[in-house]
Ligand binder design. Structure first.
Ligand code: ADP
Length: 512
């Protein structure tokens, strides 16, 4: 096993990876940019290496700087987390060429699976169903129109190199097809350096269902069941659950086998996810492979009792998978809510700021993976995810009730969040009934507005902390801030803030 690893990432995922490393007795190295001098992942690591300006191109996306940081600190392996360089095949290859272990698949396998057109072909070769579609460069115009007619409009144009909901375009009428294809290809060329596109049938009300896989270097491949991630805004997930509410053992077995066959045939190693769409007639279609740890991996950990990061580290160090498919069972139900600094009333616009106060939920079946702390200014340069809240319980309804309770216990002052929005979604009858699909939020929650009911609670939480401090009781302090400056919230006056916000009654009630 490694004695020291470098985590080429920031925020909650870097902190999460370090936690497992610590449990395994492995030293941790963080990298950080200017904006992250006081970030939680820096405070959480054994060592930290400055890698440059806040612009990610000059720091978290600079492969050479990261590899140098690993060499200088004598780290033996690099964990890429998700986002940034995690799906960059050249980075994986460069890491290996420098005598370091990349905690993930080999570069050539990653490159093949990372290209949606190549991955589609691989899936077809492995007998995995794909969404009916045509590769634009390999299809003549007449056939393209015939395909779209047959599939029925709208159809979806996708970029081979697309990701994170980017590079997709809906075409509603035949006379828009060619111009849309041209524009999509140009956009993809500009954004990803690869203009290859394909056209797919646009499925009606599908569920997004994905299979977690693990493959070691000895030919063993297993799946850890499924996650449903249909609750999306702008084709990006915000609430996920495991298992999928409409899954049955037979369908799970077929989807699991499809995912395992595909990654085995591709020569994949380490943890990965095969994404599918599941239609209303329970047909499933391959979407793509994510060649890394997913944001939503904790819900799989909750229902399997496994630590995916530990397994990733063991696989990367050459160990055999410690179990076979038949040894794996799932238990209970889990949800994840992604807590982004964003405003659901303004089309989920990022709303980062300085976190003045934060209170984490606690109690049975609650897990919070956070990347921030009170006093930290959330940088505008990066993905605005603050934390992930995970609840698990014996069944789906109990896990929903627990999530709503935990969301209400959560307080974040200083940045906009979707806490109240997500509680409303979970509490809706349609959601409770499990009638989820990828258009769920657009269908049921357009023009949602906050009731501001949570504000009193937030303020009371804030005031409570100030009162505790005033009474000399110890509260959490980040271990040490690198510059030893006082934390910004320390100078805030809760009473003043309350008065400004017209909440003196709440504070009085608390003090009384
Ligand atoms: P990305 O790599 O950008 O995340 P994906 O191919 O994984 O793109 O798709 C992301 C989401 O877009 C899916 O979860 C789904 O909501 C929607 N989507 C993708 N393909 C289709 C399709 N053929 N029909 C309907 N929705 C789709």
């Amino acid at each position: 096993m490694f004695s020291k690893i470098l985590i080429a990432n920031r925020g909650e995922i870097a902190v999460r990876i370090m936690r497992t490393a610590k449990e395994m007795g492995i030293g941790t190295v963080a990298v950080y940019s200017d904006a992250d001098r006081k970030a939680l992942h820096v405070l959480s690591a054994d060592e930290a290496v400055y890698i440059g300006p806040s612009n990610p191109l000059e720091s978290y996306l600079d492969a050479d700087k990261i590899i140098d940081a690993a060499k200088v600190t004598k780290a033996q392996a690099i964990h890429p987390g998700y986002g940034f360089l995690s799906e960059n095949a050249q980075f994986a290859e460069k890491t290996a060429a420098n005598g370091l272990t990349f905690i993930g698949p080999k570069g050539d396998v990653m490159a093949r699976l990372g290209d949606k057109i190549e991955a589609r072909k691989l899936a077809q070769q492995s007998g995995v169903p794909t969404v009916p579609g045509r590769i634009v460069a390999e299809t003549d115009e007449k056939e393209l129109f015939e395909f779209c007619e047959q599939a029925g409009y709208p159809v979806l144009i996708k970029a081979a190199a697309g990701g994170g909901g980017k590079g997709m375009r809906v075409v509603r009428k035949p006379d828009e097809l060619l111009s849309a294809a041209r524009q999509a290809s140009n956009e993809a060329l500009g954004a990803f350096g690869n203009g290859a596109i394909f056209i797919e049938k646009y499925l009606e009300r599908p569920r997004h269902v994905e299979i977690q896989v693990l493959a070691d270097h000895h030919g063993n491949v297993v799946h850890l069941f499924e996650r449903e991630c249909s609750i999306q805004r702008r084709h990006q997930k915000i609430i996920e659950e495991a298992p999928c509410p409409v899954m049955d053992p037979e369908l799970r077995e077929r989807m699991g086998r499809a995912a395992v066959d595909l990654v085995r045939d591709a020569g994949y190693e380490n943890a990965g996810t095969v994404e599918f769409l599941l239609d209303e007639d329970r047909n499933f279609y391959f979407l793509e492979v994510n060649t890394r740890l997913q944001v939503e991996h904790p819900i799989t950990e909750a229902i399997t009792g496994l630590d995916l990061v530990k397994l990733q580290l063991e696989i990367a160090s050459g160990a055999k998978l410690p179990f076979k498919q038949k040894d794996l069972t799932l238990r209970g139900h889990a949800f994840e809510c992604r807590i982004y600094a964003e405003n659901p009333e303004e089309n989920f616009m990022p709303a980062p700021g300085k976190i003045m106060f934060s209170q984490h939920p606690e109690g049975p079946g609650v897990r919070m993976d956070s990347g921030v702390y009170a006093g930290f200014t959330v940088p505008v340069q990066y993905d605005p995810i603050l934390a992930k809240l995970v609840t698990s319980a014996q069944d789906r309804n109990a896990a929903i009730d627990r999530m709503i309770r935990a969301l209400k216990e959560t307080v974040v002052l200083g940045a906009g969040t979707s806490l109240e929005y997500m509680a409303d979604v979970l509490n809706s009858q349609e959601f409770r009934d499990g009638n989820t699909h990828t258009g769920f939020l657009d269908e049921h929650f357009p023009g949602w507005t906050a009731s501001h009911e949570g504000d009193d609670l937030a303020l009371i939480g804030f005031a409570a902390r100030r009162l505790l401090e005033a009474r000399g009781l110890q509260t959490f302090q980040p271990e040490e801030s690198p510059t030893d400056e006082p934390l910004p919230w320390a100078s805030l006056d809760a009473g003043e803030l309350a008065e400004q916000a017209g909440y003196t009654g709440a504070i009085d009630a608390f003090e009384g």
